[in-house]
Structures are given as C-alpha cells and as structure tokens.
Write a protein of this length. Structure first.
Length: 405
C-alpha cells in the first residue's frame, strides 16, 4: 500500500522533500500556513547557489562580534543574543566557533551542498523550470590587505575540498565586473568563484509546487495552520490543523523558523533554532547592471541581477521582529549605491522584503527522526536553504526509505 507523507511547510526545503519523496512513489501532501508556496525565507533571498562555503560559527565571527554589537553599520545586529531566552543558542554557537569545529561543520555543509548540486541538475533536466538561472560567477570583495590574506587561507581550504576559489587583484575585479569601476567603496581585491550560480528561489518554489501537484499527484493545502499532532504511544496518526485532522503514515516538519514549536520531544539530532532577520531590496535594472553576484565582505551585503531586476540583500539581525526599519532600508540602499552606483534604478521604489533565516548554532540542519517512530524533521539551514535544499531532500529520503523497508 502506498504510504501517505504529510509535510509541514511549502518553502524550498519542504517542496524539494515533497518532490523527491513523490519520485519514490510516496503519496505527498503539504500543509502551508500562507496562501502560496515559497513566501517565507524562500521568497526574496539573495538567490546565491554556491556549493563550497563555510559555516557562520567561526573564530573570525567571534573576533568581529564586539564591533558588530557596537556598530550597526556592520550589517550584523546581535544585541538580542544577550537576552536570557537566547543564552542556550549563544553558548552552543560559541562552542562551534573553534577552528576545528568550523572545519568539521564546513565540510559537512559542503558534502550536502555537492549532493544538492547534482540532484538539482538531475531534476532540472527532467523538468523545464524557468527561474532566471545563471552561472556567471561571484566576487567576494575586501577592503584591506589583511582581509585578503585571510581570504587566501579560506580559499585554499575550499580548493582542497572541491571549490574553485581564487583570490584576485582590484584590477581583475574591475575586469570581471565593470559595474564596480565607479565604486566609491574601497576595494583591495576579492575572492572569485567562477562556478557560482544564481537563481530566483521564489520562482523555483512556484514551479516545484506545480510539478508536485501536476506531475506527481501531490496536494498542497494553503492557508492551513498546524496546531500539533494526534499520537498514540510512539506513533503519529494525524496533524491537528485549523481545518481539522489530516491523517498520514509519515510526517515531516519543514516549517523553517516555526519548526521548533512542533519539536516538543527530545531526539539525538535536536538543535535550537534562532531567527536571523535579513532584508532585501529589489530594483529595476540600472544602466550598468552586474553580471556577477557580488558580496561586499565589509558591509555584509550582496548585489546580484535576477532576470530584469537587481536585488540587494543584507543584514543579519538576531531578532524575530519582521517589521521593516526604514533606517535599515536606507542604509542598505546607500551601501549598494556606493558599491555599484549604476547597477540599479535606485530612484525607483524597491520591493522590500524581510524574512527570518532559521539558524542552528553549528549551521548544520536537522535532518533526522524527530522523536516519534514516523516523525521527521528537515529544518535549520540558516541562509543556505536554497543551496542545501536538494541535498537535504536526498538525505531525508534515504533515511525514510531505510526506515520503511
């Protein structure tokens, strides 16, 4: 008999999990609290698809944290980590910020990311998806020589593990990305990632939702909130929702920042999740839009072209408050204008988005059983949900198939 899978969350992680399980013959239903797919963290993120990167918890992050706590212009606003409710997360984050832990966690992320790249390519060959995908590369620019030297150490580590990171001069930056030539920000050089990709995550989510329902016979219930589970002993029988009970055989929590609310039991892979708020501004193209995705390491923001739009993404605010601070918007726009004055039509009113990245202390997602025999979790990717989504779906599917042999 075909087993029925209930997935909570129609973001990029829930949707890739749903399609992967449907490919294996499971009957899949998604429950989504919003009116359409991909409206949480997936909606207007930076769009980066970088398959070699490092964990956020690191010695360098801790070294720069005092400055971040006192200077909001850095783009990291971490004052709320001092609240008692966040102490557990903060202490675990500190324990993951050693050099050894960073290397271990980064390698684990790279492993999932490489699997994700292969799985996404295979899926895209099978289905025609238009999501403004490009593979033009990426620059991570630095404003001083000390940062460049540190970048070379990181680049070497990434090259040893399948990356294509090269530290380049200021002149080479201008050659590769002409939109930087009139920049008012100091540029000493950059790390160049020739194989970096970019795409519109929200457009991809909409296509995945359509493919799931039309091609694989899946279902998505929108505008439905999950209140908990109906269980007997160690077995979940149904999800309690605002539309009543929805029964199933296998249940998966992929609800992003809302996942901890549903993880009330202890299990070996359980990790605290905190919301890290990001902001993006999306503009019409300017006279010199960027070809590459460009990260300003000092200012902690990204500028990239997505189709006929330019998106500026920045801030890491340790807060669950989704209100939009006009001062944050103006500072982010000011940084973008300074870096690439002609990249976007800054005179136009941007589409402003804010969302919460569901971050674990180690940066590693929870992909495992979640306490009950038939309950699983696939959550906690921070800013890397788009990058890791397919690899995470592969890993989760392996676990579920093995449990149901």
């Amino acid at each position: 008999m075909t087993k029925k899978v209930i997935i909570i969350g129609a973001g990029i992680v829930g949707l890739t999990s749903a399609c992967r399980l449907a490919q294996e013959g499971f009957q899949v239903t998604i429950i989504e609290k919003n009116s359409r797919p991909g409206t949480g963290t997936s909606q207007a993120n930076a769009g980066q698809l970088i398959y070699n990167f490092g964990a956020m918890a690191s010695p360098s992050f801790i070294k720069n944290l005092p400055k971040a706590l006192t200077d909001p212009n850095q783009g990291i606003i971490a004052g709320k980590l001092l609240l008692p409710s966040n102490w557990l997360w903060a202490l675990k984050f500190l324990s993951q910020s050693t050099s050894n832990a960073w290397q271990k966690n980064s390698l684990a992320l790279i492993n999932i990311a490489h699997r994700s790249r292969s799985a996404m390519k295979a899926f895209n060959r099978r289905h025609d998806i238009d999501f403004n995908w490009r593979k033009d590369g990426k620059l991570i620019i630095y404003d001083n020589e000390a940062s460049l030297r540190s970048a070379e150490t990181t680049a070497k580590f990434q090259r040893e593990h399948g990356g294509n990171h090269q530290v380049i001069s200021k002149e080479k930056c201008f050659e590769l990305e002409p939109a930087l030539i009139n920049s008012a920000r100091k540029i000493s050089g950059a790390t160049y990632l020739a194989d970096a990709e970019i795409g519109d995550c929200y457009a991809y989510c909409k296509s995945l939702a359509d493919i799931l329902c039309r091609h694989y016979g899946g279902k998505i219930h929108y505008n439905v909130t999950v209140d908990g589970f109906e269980s007997h002993k160690d077995q979940i029988s149904a999800v309690k929702t605002t539309n009543g009970l929805i029964e199933g055989d296998i249940f998966i929590i992929s609800a992003g920042i809302d996942s901890p609310k549903l993880l009330d039991r202890s299990f070996p892979n359980k990790s605290p999740i905190i919301g890290i708020k990001g902001i993006s501004l999306t503009y019409p193209l300017g006279s010199t839009p960027p070809d590459l995705s460009v990260t300003d390491a000092a200012g902690k923001f990204v500028i990239a072209r997505l189709g006929e739009k330019v998106r500026v993404t920045g801030y890491a605010i340790f807060s669950s408050d989704l209100s939009i601070n006009p001062d944050h918007v103006s500072k982010l726009e000011e940084k973008a204008k300074s870096l690439m004055p002609d990249a976007a039509d800054y005179a136009a009113s941007p589409d402003i988005w804010t969302g919460l990245r569901p971050q674990t202390p180690s940066d590693l997602p929870m992909i495992s059983k979640a306490g009950a025999k038939n309950l699983y979790v696939n959550a906690g990717r921070g800013s890397s949900g788009w990058i890791l989504s397919f690899g995470s779906a592969e890993k989760l599917t392996d676990i579920i198939i093995n449990d149901n042999k």
